[in-house]
Design a protein around this ligand. Structure first.
Ligand SMILES: C[S@@+](CC[C@H](N)C(=O)[O-])C[C@H]1O[C@@H](n2cnc3c(N)ncnc32)[C@H](O)[C@@H]1O
Length: 518
């Protein structure tokens, strides 16, 4: 074994030399000694360029248990898994792989044993492993050949048909070996129209984590606009191959630029909707790896930004029959707009302020706590006004208006009313009214002040209308900059729920935080 330390002009040269050694099969220990780098450094480099540490392919995995302990199907729109899940061959070794609880929930909810599930961003094969365990057929592929090698290893385990997980009403257990290959999600030409029962996939996030060494077609290297353009090809193909009336679930998170959020989740949702899909559910998936103490906590207060702690799992549906884009409804009489004064909430101590994009507040005092959080973080308790839409009678709404003066730091627009009796015409009215209020009140808000809009998703018959997404789509203003999308939900909203039928119970609201630029 050589023990010479080699000098390189740039780190890139060093890294290329290490990658060449790795390709030759030189052991990590020897590479470390030759180039004076730690094992961790080699691992990080390999993971960065290949999406996984290829050494992982050599180690065979011990299976501790085949299924998760105490699994319960999710019944609400907020999904939260404290442990990512390590049953069968699942582990976190592939970069950005998703928790197996996600495909398990989606596959159980939206497919039956023996049906065909497609995952065109296979990665380490999390969806494929779940399909095998749940008795579903699966076709999965990925542009990264190393990922497919790892996925093949992960689906290579023994399971008896008596060990499959099926729901009570499901029968005929059979094991289907997943079909895995290298491929490009933008081209599904090998699949017939209307042939797939469910799509369940987790795309790379535009230019955040890279999976290959610049392989042509790897969507992780595209910037946001090009990523969305390429994803529209994926969405079109998805619509074509999916059977009518069936679902397509896609996990996507937001990203940040200059301490402001870029709503990638809503943008990608629009891409799928524009191909003809309808939105069946919009699930919020909580992330648990956010640091909320010490350095991050202090900085989140000092620079007034929140740590991203959620992703979106839109579940689209290909309609059975094409639905006209405008749904006819009777006109609604909205009554008058009555101004009223709101009592200012008490100021809270800074150390009680939420520091991530998911605020979980107690059921009791929910509204008060929410108001205090918003006002303490975004107005410093100085000047603020609130405007509230409330529903006082069926088919009517009014807005109450706080004392709006010039020189405010915060305008807080609250609209919890839409929960009751939503309709397309009410939504259009609400969006129009909100835009009018923003235009009218903007001159009264100081530069660097905030407009905060509290809103929520509503279900109209079979499909979901995300008012947060609609507002983000439509509130395009030279003087407004979207700073945060916050998810607010109640403590324990997930527990004690009986089966809610075919649809998830909506248990979250949104706060859209806009910064005033001028
Ligand atoms: C977020 S990862 C998926 C992780 C996977 N759900 C798992 O649990 O392992 C995204 C994957 O998309 C792959 N990818 C990027 N561009 C692709 C393309 N054009 N077609 C297919 N796969 C692609 C990457 O190689 C990466 O494995």
């Amino acid at each position: 074994m050589t023990n010479q330390k080699v000098n390189f002009k740039t780190e890139r040269e060093l890294q290329e030399a290490i990658l060449q050694e790795k390709a030759k099969g030189t052991p990590d220990l020897e590479i470390g000694q030759k180039y004076g780098v730690t094992f961790k450094y080699i691992e990080r480099l390999i993971t960065k360029t290949q999406g996984l540490n290829i050494s992982a392919l050599k180690v065979s995995k011990k299976i501790k248990r085949l299924h998760p302990k105490d699994f319960k199907e999710e019944k609400t729109t907020v999904w939260s898994f404290k442990q990512r899940g390590n049953w069968t061959t699942h582990s976190g070794e592939y970069r950005g792989n998703w928790s197996p609880y996600i495909p398990r929930n989606v596959v159980l909810k939206y497919s039956k044993p023996g049906e065909l599930v497609l995952d065109y961003f296979c990665g380490a094969g999390t969806t494929a492993v779940e399909c095998k365990l749940l008795g579903r057929r699966c076709i999965a592929f990925d542009i990264n050949d190393k990922a497919i090698d790892l996925a093949k290893k992960n689906v290579d385990f023994n399971v008896q048909s008596s060990q499959l997980t099926l729901l009570e009403e499901e029968s005929h257990p059979k094991i289907y070996e997943p079909e895995l290959s290298v491929g490009d999600a933008r081209n599904l030409s090998f699949l017939r129209d209307n042939s797939v029962d469910l799509i369940c996939a987790h795309p790379p996030y535009a230019n955040i984590i890279h999976y290959t060494d610049f392989k042509k077609g790897d969507l992780s290297f595209f910037d946001i606009d090009d990523f969305l353009k390429e994803m529209s090809k994926v969405a079109k193909e998805s619509f074509r191959v999916l059977k009518p009336g069936r679902q397509c679930a896609i996990l996507i998170g937001d990203t940040r630029k200059k301490k402001h959020v870029i709503p990638l989740g809503f943008k990608l949702t629009n891409v799928y909707l524009s191909t003809g899909f309808k939105l069946r559910e919009l699930v919020i998936k909580r992330q648990h790896n956010c640091k909320t103490t010490g350095f991050w906590y202090a900085n989140s207060i000092k620079y007034n930004f929140l740590l991203l702690a959620h992703e979106y799992l839109p579940i689209f549906e290909k309609p059975k029959v094409s639905i006209p884009s405008s749904v006819r409804e009777r006109d609604v009489d909205y009554g008058s707009v009555i101004p009223a004064l709101e009592k200012p909430p008490l100021k809270r101590k800074l150390d009680e302020i939420e520091t991530t994009t998911v605020w979980i507040l107690p059921e009791k005092d929910f509204e008060e706590r929410l108001n205090k959080n918003v006002i303490d973080r975004y107005s410093n308790g100085k000047g603020y006004s609130t405007i509230t839409f409330v529903s006082h009678r069926k088919n009517e709404m009014k807005s109450t208006r706080g004392n709006i003066q010039k020189g405010n730091e915060l305008l807080f627009i609250k609209s919890p009313f839409l929960n009751s009796n939503p309709s397309h015409s009410r939504i259009e009215y609400y969006l129009k009214k909100t835009k009018e209020i923003v235009d009218r009140e903007l001159p009264n808000i100081n530069k660097d002040g905030f407009i905060v809009i509290q809103t929520q998703d509503v279900r109209i018959k079979r499909y979901l209308e995300s008012l947060a997404k609609r507002l983000v789509d439509e509130l395009i203003h030279d003087n407004l900059w979207l700073k945060e999308i916050v998810i607010v939900t109640q403590d324990g909203a997930n527990s004690q729920l009986k089966n809610s039928g075919d649809y998830l119970k909506i248990v979250h609201q949104y706060l859209l935080i806009y910064e005033v630029k001028k």
